[in-house]
Design a protein around this ligand. Structure first.
Ligand code: HAM
Length: 451
């Protein structure tokens, strides 16, 4: 296939038939985050390369192998964001949010770019929903951030997901741990990949999340950080667990989680699923108490997580969870002849101005073909407008579900149409209530075209 009609490897389109899922998920996660007090932040898709090498870390796979970096026409080294934390932290500092009352809580849905080997659940352009919370070192905040992730999975009805937590300590506990790792890996240094041989000197913890199979196998037997935590970090971790217990959030401690980015300290966590293949980590995050200082700010402890939206969609699909479909067409106004077509155009516009999803024929099809199209797009109601109707100043509106028709005046058509549908909704609710049925108001309204 010609290059110009093929998307770049590792990128994907979201077609109109699927985009309602993305829209539903994005608004759901942002609404839940808002209930927890997180407000949206938007940052640029590209930043100075140094921001990522300083924050994500220049010994990580992301910085060493995966960034989309280029020089712009002014000779600056620019990188497409591989993740959202660094940009949010930069904005937090640049705009003096440190002077605002703490904690500061932000959320985002963004595209991210990593030059990785594409496979199911792993793309070169992907999307993250993320949250970041600045200005608290309390373990209650760790549990709260985890609770937010947990709430999202719960709300969406996802069952097959487990929460794994760990603590990777502070720079103090890390010193002894690094020494232990160095000793362990030095014994098998020859077998490590060239990148990890280099990491052995500079940052041996990074070997633990190398994707090369041999490094992975060697890392399986490495010492674990939990055995090296200082008293403060241990106590912090215990308190995080107590908060999770108090909120009845189940978790497993997985001492092997180290995360692939350098800025983490203390609590790290992942929500992992076994039902979407090898890329099962749907959400990952943790504390990063040193990042703001690393970027030149004061000591501002912080934490957050990011969820891969493509992986979340895969998970919903794998678990057979249906998301509510897009708003369909409330009414399709078919027309016969030019005068009727002009009337249909003005009626449709008026209806839309009142929030009704209305369509009419913009192709010039026969009335039969118009009705076929109305059926295809799932119109809840239809009307066929002809010269006679114009003369009579009234038209029959057909309920496509029940087949019932109601004649409505063409004057004040919008008001009459809305009244009719509201009455229908009210009588359905009454029927359901008097029959003592469990009813779902949104599905009743949905079947009436979400009016
Ligand atoms: P991360 O673990 O690198 O963390 O990415 C978070 C999530 O993004 C992953 O769990 C996964 O669902 C998704 N993801 C990552 N890479 C890809 C990819 N190539 N294709 C599809 N999905 C992907 C971070 O990015 C941190 N910034 C999270 C964070 C926020 N920590 C604190 N605050």
């Amino acid at each position: 296939m010609a290059l110009i009609t093929k998307a770049v490897k590792g990128t994907q389109d979201v077609l109109p038939s699927q985009s309602y899922k993305n829209q539903f998920i994005e608004s759901t996660v942002m609404n839940i985050a808002s209930d927890f007090g997180f407000k949206e932040i938007r940052t640029p898709v590209f930043e100075h390369t140094e921001l990522f090498s300083r924050s994500v870390g220049d010994t990580t796979d992301v910085v060493q192998k995966e960034m989309y970096t280029f020089n712009d026409k002014g000779g600056r080294s620019i990188t497409l964001r591989p993740e959202g934390t660094a940009g949010a932290a930069r904005a937090f500092l640049e705009h003096g949010l440190t002077n605002e009352p703490m904690p500061q809580k932000v959320s985002y849905v963004t595209s991210c770019y990593r030059y990785e080997k594409p496979q199911t659940g792993r793309l070169r352009e992907f999307h993250q929903f993320g949250i970041e919370c600045y200005g608290t070192d309390s373990p209650a905040a760790d549990a709260e951030v985890i609770a937010l992730g947990n709430e999202i999975f719960g709300f969406l009805g996802i069952e097959e997901i487990r929460l794994e937590i760990n603590s990777i300590g502070c720079p103090e506990c890390r010193k002894n741990y690094h020494a232990a790792l160095k000793e362990y890996f030095t014994a098998r240094a020859d077998e490590l990949c060239p990148t990890c041989q280099e990491r052995l000197e500079r940052n041996p913890m990074r070997i633990l999340d190398c994707k090369s199979p041999i490094c992975k196998e060697i890392a399986d037997g490495a010492p674990v950080i939990l055995d090296y935590l200082c008293d403060d970090c241990r106590e912090h971790f215990d308190k995080v667990k107590s908060y999770l217990d108090a909120m009845l959030i189940s978790y497993e401690v997985n001492p092997r989680i180290v995360r692939g980015l350098d800025y983490y300290t203390r609590t790290v966590f992942e929500f992992v699923s076994d039902s979407i293949g090898a890329q099962g980590t749907v959400c990952g995050g943790g504390r990063y108490d040193g990042l703001i200082e690393e970027l030149g700010g004061g000591h501002v402890p912080a934490l957050g997580f990011a969820m891969g939206l493509e992986r979340l969609l895969l998970l919903l699909d794998a678990q057979g969870i249906e998301l509510p479909e897009d708003k369909k067409c409330d009414i399709y106004i078919a027309s016969i002849g030019e005068a009727a077509s002009l009337k249909a155009a003005s009626l449709a516009l008026e209806l839309r101005q009142s929030g009704v999803s209305a369509q009419f024929d913009v192709v010039g099809r026969s009335v039969k073909a118009q009705m076929k199209y109305a059926d295809k797009i799932g119109a809840s109601f239809t009307a066929v407008l002809g010269d006679d109707d114009l003369q009579a100043n009234a038209v029959k509106v057909k309920n496509m579900e029940s087949g019932e028709t109601t004649e409505l005046s063409l004057d004040e058509f919008t008001d009459s149409f809305m009244n009719m549908t509201l009455q229908l909704a009210a009588s359905r609710l009454q029927d359901a209530a008097s029959a003592g049925d469990d009813f779902d108001i949104s599905s009743i309204l949905g079947s009436l075209g979400n009016l």
